[in-house]
Design a protein around this ligand. Structure first.
Ligand SMILES: Cc1cc2nc3c(=O)[nH]c(=O)nc-3n(C[C@H](O)[C@H](O)[C@H](O)COP(=O)(O)OP(=O)(O)OC[C@H]3O[C@@H](n4cnc5c(N)ncnc54)[C@H](O)[C@@H]3O)c2cc1C
Length: 400
């Protein structure tokens, strides 16, 4: 049975991207339901950095598609005020951490994901503002870069509306409905809204919402934060930098600013207490911004002169094995979930939306995504994982 109607729950970049791909393919009535305003979750808080240098074959292949789509979106959304910033992404490593990443280079070669290995002198030559330590190794992704969430989200939402997507804000979905062993819609405000397929793209709220119909996923969320400096005298010529030895990442930002972010490695996981939970209630630890600036300053001395004037705090979520969860919910034909994109959901969104749209319309995806399947976790391992209480440093530190 081909789908003529699809409901998407969640108006972050994953839900919006799925809506965009469905609407673009034509012939499907798409309704997107968002409990707050579009972008109100993690998406508007993201750094928007993307690199193709991931950890698994499926991840690398998926990111290649995302990078291609970001370039295409730049054209499709330029009239809406969005532009992909193709400044490249520099992944920095200490000598101790480099061997682990070096072991992934054959995978990048196999997948034809381009890279350059740069020493400190070359890094300084290319980006004179950067002062990486003499023994640092740089893995440069020439296709990487970033998107400004404040440009991308409104542009994608408006494009979706123009393509006919019915975006309804302020609607909280409380359950999924089933008929003859297939999904038949969702329940919101006590009312049943029917559709042939449903996509669940609610990030940290996933287990809360799936609780009524399926086993929970082994996914944990952690508080994460990023900052913007006051405007610099002139635009900073920099790539996006995953500055791992400095426990930070940074990139140039709109308005001659610099965006700097970092994990709170020692902070314990944070469960999403209810469907009503609002990420705007989250706070970074006192003084975290200052300590992050001090950590990043040896790499980018210019930070000494520019204060942070804006902080955004949200949740990032990790599955037990660090890979995203994307596919059909076990026992619920026609219900698809996309979640646990670690701190790389912004980078994943173009391909994740495409894959979810393919599942909803054709039931299969062009890319083999068995490694992302929600069915890959055993019940025992899931229970053990969810019973544990982890700090972020004990879970994963996968960036972007
Ligand atoms: C500080 C920070 C920096 C980050 N930096 C980067 C980065 O540089 N690069 C990168 O790739 N990623 C980054 N990320 C991660 C990225 O933001 C997320 O992975 C991504 O935004 C997830 O998108 P999403 O659509 O799944 O989630 P969200 O944007 O959270 O969207 C889910 C939506 O579902 C809605 N919702 C929840 N429950 C319901 C319900 N019952 N009914 C209706 N609606 C519901 C929520 O209101 C929310 O808007 C960062 C995250 C943070 C917090």
């Amino acid at each position: 049975m081909s789908a003529t109607s699809v409901i998407i729950v969640g108006g972050g970049v994953i839900g919006l991207s799925a809506a965009f791909h469905l609407a673009q393919s034509g012939g499907v009535h798409v309704i997107l339901l968002e409990k707050g305003a579009v972008g109100a979750g993690a998406s508007s808080r993201a750094g928007g950095i993307i690199t193709g240098h991931l950890w698994s074959k499926t991840g690398v292949e998926a990111r290649k598609i995302s990078l291609r789509l970001y370039h295409e979106l730049s054209e499709e959304l330029s009239a809406y005020g969005y532009q992909y910033q193709a400044v490249g992404c520099l992944n920095l490593f200490s000598p101790a951490d480099w061997p682990e990443r070096k072991s992934l280079l054959p995978l990048y070669d196999e997948c034809r994901a381009p890279y350059e290995i740069l020493d400190a002198a070359e890094i300084r030559h290319r980006w004179p503002l950067l002062r990486s330590s003499d023994d640092a190794v740089g893995l440069f992704d020439p296709l990487g870069g970033y998107s400004e969430p404040d440009d991308y989200i409104p542009a994608l939402a408006q494009k979706c509306r123009d393509l006919g997507v019915d975006i309804r804000e302020g609607v909280t979905v409380s359950a999924f409905a089933k008929e003859r062993e297939r999904v038949k819609g969702i329940v919101a405000d006590g009312e049943l809204l029917e559709a042939d397929r449903v996509i669940c793209a609610v990030h940290s709220w996933t287990n809360r919402l799936l609780a009524s119909v399926a086993r929970p996923l082994p996914v944990k969320s952690f508080v994460h934060q990023r900052y913007l400096t006051e405007p610099l005298a002139q635009a900073a010529r920099l790539p996006a930098v995953n500055a791992n030895p400095y426990e930070a990442y940074l990139r140039p930002a709109k308005g001659n600013r610099i965006l700097v972010g970092g994990e709170t490695a020692g902070r314990a996981e944070l469960g999403t207490p209810s469907l009503a939970f609002d990420m705007a209630t989250l706070r970074a630890p006192n003084g975290f911004g200052d300590s992050l600036r001090a950590k990043a300053q040896p790499l980018l001395p210019a930070l000494e002169r520019y204060r942070f004037i804006e902080e955004r705090v949200g949740l990032i979520s990790f599955a037990m094995d660090g890979e995203p969860v994307l596919g059909e919910v076990p026992g619920w034909p026609g219900l698809y979930v996309g979640a646990a994109f670690h701190s790389g959901g912004f980078a994943y969104n173009p391909v994740a939306g495409k894959l979810l749209a393919e599942l909803a319309t054709a039931g299969v995806t062009e890319l083999d995504i068995a490694a992302f399947s929600p069915a890959r976790f055993s019940a025992a391992a899931t229970d053990a994982y969810l019973d544990s209480r982890l700090r972020q440093q004990d879970a994963f530190s996968r960036r972007h």
